[in-house]
Design a binder for this molecule. Sequence first.
Ligand SMILES: C[S@@+](CC[C@H](N)C(=O)[O-])C[C@H]1O[C@@H](n2cnc3c(N)ncnc32)[C@H](O)[C@@H]1O
Length: 266
Amino acid sequence: MPTKPISQNTLFYGDNLPILREYIADESVDLVYLDPPFNSNRSYNVLFRDEKGREADAQVEAFEDTWHWGEEAEDLWNELVTHGAPNVSAIMGALRQVIHENQMMAYLVMMTARLVELHRVLKPTGSLYLHCDPTASHYLKIILDSVFGPKTFRNEVSWKRSSAHSDTRQGMERYGRVRDVLLFYTKSSDYTWNPQYTAYTQDYIDSEYRHLAPDGRRYKETDVTAAKPGGDTEYDWQVKRRSRSDEKWQSDLENEFRSPKRGVGI
Ligand SMILES: C[S@@+](CC[C@H](N)C(=O)[O-])C[C@H]1O[C@@H](n2cnc3c(N)ncnc32)[C@H](O)[C@@H]1O
């Protein structure tokens, strides 16, 4: 269905599911970063407690950090199972069988419906970063695999949020939960990637680049000979596919390997 027209730089306020469906066109977005709510401090006993019957969803405040299994979750689950892509439908069925009807399942259904829309609106060169934590990251990753395809998973970035907690002294019998998780997927294998660099620390510069050139630039002295005859280093050399074994090898400077041409390769 065509989306409603919007002007540039529109800021939306409200539930993102109807907004995505009504206003955001297919393949129109370069990058999605989502930091959805999740009250990970709730105990697993609460998250996985059976929620029998249909609780009144109206009692659950909009944007509350928890979800309950109720009519809305049931309807959305049915929609995903009935009309979702085969992998999405299958994963929704399987997850409900093992997780059952509880807050965790309601959360995953809510997230899946939105991830399906976010995948639709991403350009073929686009990327998605989902910010979550280990409470649900394992489920979200298989959901993302089913929506995006496992081959488009690029990284799981660990964000160390705090130093070690002091709860051990207060009786905690596990390692501190101190990191968040960023799951990075792309819409296709031909995606926009801008390399990121951070500055060296002064300690590193002082220990590694101890010499100063006359023009003021720092440098290091290092041994450029290989330790073994023939060299002890390996290099990636991307070459084009050859159609005949007597053809010369050619460097694959255009990254042809990302979208190989049809035909026999040697
Ligand atoms: C973890 S907070 C993100 C905070 C934000 N990234 C920041 O650093 O300030 C999650 C946010 O998602 C919003 N939210 C929850 N459900 C939503 C929905 N269905 N549609 C749009 N926003 C929603 C909440 O209101 C909350 O502001």
